[in-house]
Design a binder for this molecule. Structure first.
Ligand SMILES: NC(=O)C1=CN([C@@H]2O[C@H](COP(=O)(O)OP(=O)(O)OC[C@H]3O[C@@H](n4cnc5c(N)ncnc54)[C@H](O)[C@@H]3O)[C@@H](O)[C@H]2O)[C@@H](O)CC1
Ligand SMILES: Nc1ncnc2c1ncn2[C@@H]1O[C@H](COP(=O)(O)OP(=O)(O)O)[C@@H](O)[C@H]1O
Ligand SMILES: [Mg+2]
Length: 286
């Protein structure tokens, strides 16, 4: 039976920070995305991961936009990728440049993929290094399913990306929608966060619902913010289902704060600015 997400359950999904921790203990995350057209998506994802309380975020973008991305914020550590799009070569070069002890990575937002093998190589290599993975946007393709099945991976499709991956458009009605997502998650042994006015988060066994009632959140980039929150929380709580549920909840609350302030005129960076106030409610230091 699907369970509606409450703050009380989400509190348990966000681990406390240790008083004597050192830089890196609270998460090292890679964000792999971006293209000439979409420079913002990986930045939104990276800033959201940082604001979730992660210590270090590595923003991996094609060289063609790396200087513009660098200019956006000194909080970003930018790793330029060769080629305009993800190729076998740029994937292999990137794998040699990433820090060795990454906790999680989120891949796909704004990314152009020129060679399927490039995406497969990154996913296979990082998951073999025990890096928790979140796939979004351009990485949500059918051919990647064999590489993610049974691995520590969460998929964050909207309905269109779900159809592209699994061949069926999720119905609007909750019960059949939940059944379809649970079936896909179970058959592919992954966690799926199906985005929409109500997010459905499931591993095929346990399912959470996050109804938001926030019409303003259709603005571009709110899903990129979510992908950063998923990766940031995965880096702390290595539980795919709990981290995805918590990310959906935080993203929704950040959207609520933004809509309360700006009505139907929010932009995705409003959500980034709202994350600290939302997540402070869950802060614990031990
Ligand atoms: N500032 C930026 O750099 C931004 C970059 N973005 C990137 O833009 C790329 C394209 O993103 P889009 O999500 O627009 O993908 P698309 O526009 O490619 O959407 C894929 C397909 O799904 C359909 N679709 C989308 N949402 C749907 C829904 N809720 N129900 C049914 N069908 C739906 C679309 O009509 C389209 O046919 C992604 O890589 C994304 O990360 C966007 O996130 C917007 C912001
Ligand atoms: N009508 C809606 N009400 C509430 N939240 C929504 C609605 N439509 C989309 N969302 C949320 O907005 C985000 C959209 O993600 P996505 O489509 O990937 O956007 P983008 O790719 O532009 O970042 C998701 O977090 C989803 O939960
Ligand atoms: Mg998206």
């Amino acid at each position: 039976m699907a369970q509606r997400l409450q703050a009380s359950s989400v509190k348990k999904f966000i681990p406390p920070r240790k008083r004597d921790s050192r830089k890196g203990d609270n998460g090292k995350v890679a964000v792999i995305g971006g293209s000439y057209m979409y420079h913002g998506a990986p930045v939104l994802s990276s800033l959201a991961a940082l604001r979730s309380g992660t210590d270090l975020v590595y923003t991996c973008v094609p060289k063609v936009i790396s200087e513009s991305v660098r200019a956006i914020s000194p909080n970003l550590i930018v790793i330029p990728m060769v080629d305009y799009k993800l190729t076998r070569g740029s994937a292999n070069k990137l794998l040699g440049q990433l820090p060795p002890d990454l906790d999680s990575a989120t891949i796909g937002m704004g990314l152009s993929i020129a060679d399927e093998e490039g995406l497969k190589n990154i996913v296979t290599s990082l998951s073999s290094q025990n890096v928790m993975l979140s796939l979004d946007a351009s990485a949500l393709v059918k051919y990647i399913l064999p590489s993610v099945s049974g691995k520590k991976v969460v998929l964050t499709p909207h309905a269109g990306e779900f159809k592209r991956m699994f061949g069926e458009m999720p119905p609007a009605a909750t019960t059949p929608r939940v059944k379809m997502v649970e079936k896909a998650a179970k058959e592919n042994s992954v966690v799926i966060l199906l985005k929409g006015s109500t997010d459905v988060i499931t591993d095929g066994q346990r399912t959470f619902l996050n109804p938001k009632n926030l019409a303003s959140m259709t603005v571009g980039g709110t899903g990129d913010v979510l992908s950063g929150l998923v990766a940031g929380l995965l880096a702390k709580n290595h539980n795919l289902l709990e981290s995805s549920a918590a990310a959906s909840f935080v993203n929704g609350l950040a959207g609520k704060t933004s809509q309360r302030k700006n009505g139907l005129h929010i932009v995705a960076t409003d959500l980034i600015d709202a994350i600290p106030a939302v997540m402070k409610l869950f802060d614990r230091v031990i």
